[in-house]
Design a protein around this ligand. Sequence first.
Ligand code: AMP
Ligand code: GLY
Length: 421
Amino acid sequence: MKILVIGSGAREHAIVKALHGDARVTALYALPGNAGMAEAVCLPGDLMDNAAVVRQALAQRIDFCVVTPDDPLANGLVDALEEAGIACFGPTRAAAQIEASKVFAKEMMNKYGIPTAGFAVAHNFEEGMQALRGMPCPVVVKADGLTKGKGVLIAQTQAEAEDALRSVFCDKAFGEAGSRAVIEEFLTGPEVSVLVLTDGEALVPMPSAMDHKRALDGDLGLNTGGMGAIAPNPCYTADMAKRCMEEIFVPTVRAMAAEGTSFRGCLFFGLMLTPQGPKVLEYNARFGDPEIQVVFTLLQNSPLDAFLHCRNGGLQADDLRFDTGSACCVVLASGGYPGAFKSGFAIAQQPHDGTVYYAGVRREGGQLVTAGGRVLSVCAAGATLQEAVDAAYRAAGHIHFDGAHMRTDIGQRALRGEGMA
Ligand code: AMP
Ligand code: GLY
């Protein structure tokens, strides 16, 4: 079977590595991939050009394509590939709306009684101001569409909320993604990421995870694409998992089917465990980054059957087998990220026991050099969270490039038991 993975991040490298070595996989491609993906042949191309991706896939006689980046999903890449006869892991454009439109997601949750923050939808500045009148501060203003994680503005005061609305509707800070906004109640509690595979009927949750989104230790600094993660998330007890399955995961998959937008692929639930119970902060229509790097560090078998069953039906719990221990992922970023940074620094490594998933890298001569904000993810497993954290940092200590920045406290909040019931 010839498989193509769409994307170029550490998330896609984790998928490539997990599929590599499955005897059924006769060829493994990534488009566009990156120079660190030694297990795959990289195909050049623009992943937002559906026709070009289809042409490449047909030329390489691809049997199965794994699509996980948000923009191509929202752009209908799965629909285009399927129309051309290429089976895909990933939701259709219509189903990917669950991530690509916060208004769609919130209205669906409202209609089907899925717990989430109270909200109002605004189509313009005046409607936004009207909605604000009924809501206490802090309040959350979210642009409707895909914004690379930048479209969520938490306002402490009414004046800040007005500024947020102005930046969405008047300054058009998020372009078309900000043609509508959701104004939402501010929730508190520990956050949990749960990635659930589904074929549209059956659901198979993977181990829970905790992302670390801020750039600096102590959850300070700017929001990033994710500086590290741990799995499983100790806040997410077995009781909580059962409750989320019944109150959130199953109702969401049923709601999507009832709306005529049956979801097949990976549904990512960004949850907040509030004093009133678990609530949905956001859905993603795909694997999370860095969640999948850390979750797949615990994976013991090839995910191919699970991927195929998500597409064809028949997904079963034993399609994926996970270690019972813990895993930790530490992201090495370019100094200055998520602001301006320099690239082109050689990446040196001494032998270590971690698993490295590459993201922002390219090859110069025979040497891998930095070529992006988040350069690589280094992951390790252990019998306990402490062992996993220690192992990941031991491995990270053997990887060097000029200006490298990492957080030194991935997993510390969980180890201190913060947010535990
Ligand atoms: P999102 O992209 O919707 O996950 O939002 C990004 C981050 O903003 C989340 O991980 C939360 O930390 C925070 N956030 C989003 N919505 C809310 C809310 N209703 N209450 C409190 N924090 C929120
Ligand atoms: N870690 C959250 C995301 O992938 O968007």
